[in-house]
Ligand binder design. Structure first.
Ligand code: GDP
Ligand code: IMO
Ligand code: MG
Length: 429
C-alpha cells in the first residue's frame, strides 16, 4: 500500500500542515523526520486554528503520530506544546505519540549559542528562528549530543557532559559568556526526563511493524527544499536535509518507504529570514499578497518576504526531491489581480539560466525573466471542485505544472481543512 511523503518545495510555509492534516485521516501513522520546533504548521478545522511546531500534524485528527530520530527535540518546547494543544481539546498520550529514543536534544545552551551568533553576525545574520536548531545539529554530527535515551541514564552522564561542555565552554568564552552551569543543566534534565520518557521508544521498530501490517505511513517534512543544508540557498538555510530522501534516514525506514512524494507549493513565493530571493516584490503587489495571504511567521511572527511564483526554483526542487506530484496552495490569494507573473528563467551577467546557480552572490544577482498571464476576477476561495475555478485560474495552474514539469495532485483554496481539490490521490498511486 502506498505511503506519502510531504515536503515543502520552496522556502517553507507552503501549507504543509494543512495538507498533512487533510491527508492524515486516510493515513495510519504520521511521522516527522527532520527539523525541530523551528517549524510552524497551521491547521484550521471548522474555524478553529491549531499551531504545531514539533508535534506531527496528524495529532489533531487523532492519527497516531511519531517524532523520528532525524528531528532535534527541545523537550521543554515539547512539554509546552503538548500543554497548549491539550488546552484546545486534543489529547496527547503514549497511545498517539511516540518519540524516537535516539533523537538528539536541543538544550538551553543551543538556544544561547544560536542567539549569540545571530547577534554577533549583525547584518550578515541568517535570520534563524532562534530555537537552537543549528547548534543542536552540529552537536549531533560532532558526536557530543545528549539524546532522548540518555534521559534514562542521567546518573552516568558525566563523560558526555565533559565532551559537550568542553566544546561549548570554549565557544561561550569567545562571546564573553560564563561556562555552562552543569549542575543547573542536569537538574533541568532530571525535571523534564519523566515527561519525555513516557513517549520514548525505538520508532524504527514501531514503523517496521506497522509497515509489515500494510499500514499507510504519512511522512511530514518541515521547512522546504530551498532551506535544505545541501540543496538550499546556502548559507541561508536550516541545518537539516529537508528533501524527501531524509524521510528514510530520519525515521528508520529504507528509501522505498517514502512512496508518493507530494511537494507542497505556494501559488506565489515567500521567504522568512535572510538570503537571496530573485522574484521578491517590494511594491504594492507584494504588500497586497502579504496581507491577503497573512504572511506572518507562525513561529516568530516575523513578516514574510513575498514574491511572484518562481517556476525555475520549483522545477529544481521537484527534481532534487523526486516529487511525484504537487499540492498547489493559496491560489485564492491571487484572486482579483489583473496580471499574474511567473518567473521562467534568470538573466545573470549576460547569460540566461534555467536553474538557480549554487553561489549566493550569483543567486543574489539573478534577475527574473517573467511570463505574464491575465489574472482572474472571479473567486477561487473555498472552491472544492476544479470545475468551480475561474477559467484563468485553471490556465495558471496548467501553466505552472507545465513549467515545473510535475503534475498538480491537489489544489488548496483556503486555510480550512476541507477547502481542498483532489485531482490525483497520492495514497492511491
Ligand atoms: P507550513 O509551515 O508549510 O505548514 O505553512 P504555515 O502554516 O506556516 O503557513 C501557511 C499559512 O497559510 C497558514 O496560515 C495556513 O492556514 C494558510 N493556508 C494554507 N493553505 C491555504 C490556502 O489554500 N489559502 C489560504 N488563503 N491560506 C492557506
Ligand atoms: P515550516 O516547517 C520558513 C528559516 C529561518 C531561517 C533559516 C534558518 O513552518 O515551513 P533555523 O532556525 O532553522 O536555523 O533558521 O530557516 N526557517 C523557516 N522558514 N518555514 C519554516 O518552517 C522554517 N524553519 C526555518 O527563517 O531563514
Ligand atoms: Mg510554517
Amino acid at each position: 500500500m502506498a505511503n506519502v511523503t510531504v515536503i515543502g518545495a520552496q522556502w517553507g510555509d507552503e501549507g504543509k500542515g494543512k495538507i498533512v492534516d487533510w491527508l492524515a485521516s486516510r493515513a495510519d501513522v504520521v511521522v516527522r523526520f527532520q527539523g525541530g520546533h523551528n517549524a510552524g504548521h497551521t491547521l484550521v478545522i471548522d474555524g478553529k486554528t491549531y499551531k504545531l511546531s514539533l508535534l506531527p500534524s496528524g495529532i489533531v485528527s487523532g492519527t497516531p503520530s511519531m517524532i523520528g530520530n532525524g528531528v532535534v527535540l527541545d523537550p521543554w518546547a515539547l512539554r509546552d506544546e503538548v500543554a497548549k494543544i491539550e488546552g484546545q481539546g486534543v489529547s496527547v498520550t503514549a497511545d498517539n505519540l511516540a518519540v524516537a529514543d535516539n533523537c538528539p536534544l536541543i538544550l538551553p545552551l543551543h538556544r544561547d549559542l544560536d542567539a549569540l551568533r545571530e547577534t554577533a553576525a549583525g547584518k550578515g545574520k541568517i535570520g534563524t528562528t532562534g530555537r537552537g536548531i543549528g547548534p543542536a545539529y552540529e552537536d549531533k554530527v560532532g558526536r557530543r549530543a545528549i539524546r532522548v535515551c540518555d534521559l534514562a541514564h542521567l546518573d552516568s552522564l558525566d563523560a558526555q557532559l565533559d565532551r559537550l561542555c568542553a566544546h561549548h565552554d570554549a565557544l561561550r568564552a569567545g562571546f564573553d559568556q560564563p561556562p555552562v552551569d552543569r549542575a543547573a543543566l542536569l537538574a533541568e534534565l532530571r525535571d523534564i526526563a519523566p515527561f519525555v520518557l513516557r513517549f520514548a521508544q525505538p520508532v524504527w521498530k514501531r514503523l517496521k511493524k506497522v509497515r509489515k501490517a500494510g499500514a499507510r505511513i504519512l511522512f511530514e517534512g518541515a521547512q522546504g527544499v530551498l532551506l535544505d543544508v545541501d540543496h538550499g540557498t546556502y548559507p541561508f538555510v536550516t541545518s537539516s536535509n529537508t528533501v524527501s530522501g531524509a524521510a528514510a534516514a530520519g525515521s528508520g525506514l529504507g528509501p522505498s518507504a517514502t512512496g508518493f512524494v507530494l511537494g507542497i507549493v505556494k501559488a506565489y513565493t515567500t521567504r522568512v529570514g535572510s538570503g537571496p530571493f530573485p522574484t521578491e516584490l517590494e511594491d504594492e503587489v507584494g504588500q497586497r499578497l502579504g496581507e491577503r495571504g497573512h504572511e506572518f511567521g507562525t513561529v516568530t511572527g516575523r513578516k514574510r518576504r513575498v514574491g511572484w511564483f518562481d517556476a525555475v526554483l520549483v522545477r529544481q526542487t521537484c527534481a532534487i526531491s523526486g516529487v511525484t506530484g504537487i499540492a498547489l496552495t493559496k491560489i485564492d490569494v491571487l484572486d482579483g489581480l489583473d496580471v499574474v507573473k511567473i518567473c521562467t528563467g534568470y538573466r545573470l551577467r549576460g547569460n540566461v539560466y534555467d536553474y538557480l546557480p549554487s553561489h549566493a552572490a550569483d543567486q543574489t544577482a539573478c534577475e527574473p525573466i517573467y511570463e505574464e498571464m491575465e489574472g482572474w476576477q472571479g473567486s477561487t476561495a473555498g472552491a472544492r471542485s476544479y470545475a468551480d475555478l475561474p477559467a484563468q485560474a485553471i490556465k495558471y495552474i496548467q501553466r505552472v505544472q507545465e513549467l515545473i514539469e510535475c503534475p498538480v495532485a491537489l489544489v488548496s483554496t483556503s486555510p480550512e481543512r476541507d477547502d481542498t481539490i483532489l485531482m490525483r490521490d497520492p495514497f492511491e498511486d
